[in-house]
Design a binder for this molecule. Structure first.
Ligand SMILES: Nc1ncnc2c1ncn2[C@@H]1O[C@H](COP(=O)(O)OP(=O)(O)OP(=O)(O)O)[C@@H](O)[C@H]1O
Ligand SMILES: [Mg+2]
Length: 359
């Protein structure tokens, strides 16, 4: 899959910008705070209808304006598909082939991306919510029904929690049964999909990690659930506690992932370098999983990560990606990029203005 061009209107610090991309490698070069990450963010937004770094959509709209728009042309299996995503105070509006999509869940998946950004290093050590978000973003891209099921689960969870908060003095057990039924139905679907995904991700990431570490490190990923095997039964057993605490104590909203190298927990005992390499293995595994599911390689977005990686890891990353995936990377200097191919496009970013230097 390729992204041929993109147009931004009032996205972050871009008033109106049109860029034509190189099919293999695009580099955004510039000083700090000029708008390099904003470009990658706009591509991520076009793919997933949200930002990789903020949950506040309004931050994406250029200051003192009302709405923003990202328009792109993607190319897959020989056909060109225009995508358009607009954001205003009322929400998102998505178009594929100039036709409005009623549900955002139907839009996501047109453009597949894998982003590797400084924030991702928190994937290993950060809060569990980061890892759940990681699963949601990756799985949602390749499995539309998962997006739908997890939206229904979240709605059921909000309703149940709201009921527990408001009516804890006079809970109607029959009504709570109805709420629980919804929660269990969609919760089981979410957990099944996650479990299958984590198994595949673990297998692929382990293979890649073994290569990256010259056969020294065995990586494994554990899917840690609050539900053991019978969501309905366990929810019933936790009911008295849930009513007292006025919240739902178990379900996929409490899921987590754990990473092990040679059976040692990476979050607790891994070195910084090991954590970085695990993150890299995960990202490279995502590329392969998306390809396995969709028969297309996703677009790879690398935000300022080359400086974080040593020479051999840079080479690993570029060797695996270039030629397979169209890559977009940001950097403040070309100095430490030692392994670049010759066939590429370099864009210079300066205060929301972009000039194209070569090719
Ligand atoms: N909603 C917005 N409207 C206008 N300008 C914005 C908005 N949001 C961010 N900016 C501007 O965008 C710039 C930051 O852009 P970005 O994060 O892409 O920088 P960068 O080039 O990646 O920098 P670094 O190298 O430090 O990562 C800042 O100058 C900021 O003021
Ligand atoms: Mg940046």
């Amino acid at each position: 899959m390729k992204l041929n061009r993109i147009q931004l209107k009032n996205f972050r610090n871009y008033e109106n910008l049109l860029l034509d991309f190189h099919p293999n490698l695009n580099i955004f070069l510039g000083q700090n705070a000029q708008g390099k990450t904003n470009i990658l963010e706009s591509i991520y937004f076009l793919a997933l209808t949200r930002s990789h770094r903020t949950s506040h959509d309004s931050e994406l709209i250029r200051w003192n304006t009302e709405r923003m728009r990202v328009i792109g042309e993607i190319e897959k299996r020989g056909s060109k598909i225009p995508l358009e995503l607009e954001l205003d105070k009322r929400g998102r509006h998505a178009k594929v082939n100039h036709l409005q999509e009623k549900r955002i869940a139907d839009y996501i998946g047109q453009l597949n991306v894998v982003m590797f950004a400084p924030e991702d290093l928190e994937l290993i050590k950060g809060a569990p919510a980061k890892r759940r978000r990681f699963i949601d973003m990756e799985l949602g891209q390749i499995k539309a029904v998962y997006l739908y099921d997890s939206m229904r689960y979240n709605r059921a969870l909000r309703e149940r929690n709201a009921y527990l908060k408001e009516f804890s003095q006079k809970i109607d057990p029959i009504f709570l049964d109805v709420l629980d039924e919804q929660l269990v139905e969609f919760g089981n679907k979410v957990m099944d999909a996650r479990s299958e995904f984590v198994a595949k991700l673990g297998e692929t990431a382990a293979e890649i990690h073994l290569q990256l570490t010259h056969q020294i490190e065995n990586l494994s990923i554990a899917y840690v659930k609050s539900v053991k095997d019978d969501f309905a039964g366990e929810l019933k057993a936790a009911r008295t506690k849930d009513i007292a605490r006025r919240q739902t104590s178990l379900g996929p909203h409490r899921d987590d992932l754990q990473f092990f190298i040679n059976d040692i927990n990476v979050a607790n005992f891994g070195s910084q370098g090991q954590q970085r390499t695990v993150t890299l293995s995960l990202k490279l595994a995502e590329i392969e999983l998306i390809h396995a599911e969709t028969r297309e390689y996703p677009i790879l977005l690398l935000d300022d990560v080359m400086s974080e990686l040593d020479n051999t890891r840079q080479l690993d990353l570029l060797e695996t990606s270039i030629g397979k995936t169209q890559t977009f990377l940001t950097t403040t200097t070309l100095d430490h990029l030692n392994n670049l191919p010759e066939d590429l496009k370099i864009f210079t970013v300066d205060d929301g203005k972009i000039t194209h230097e070569n090719g």
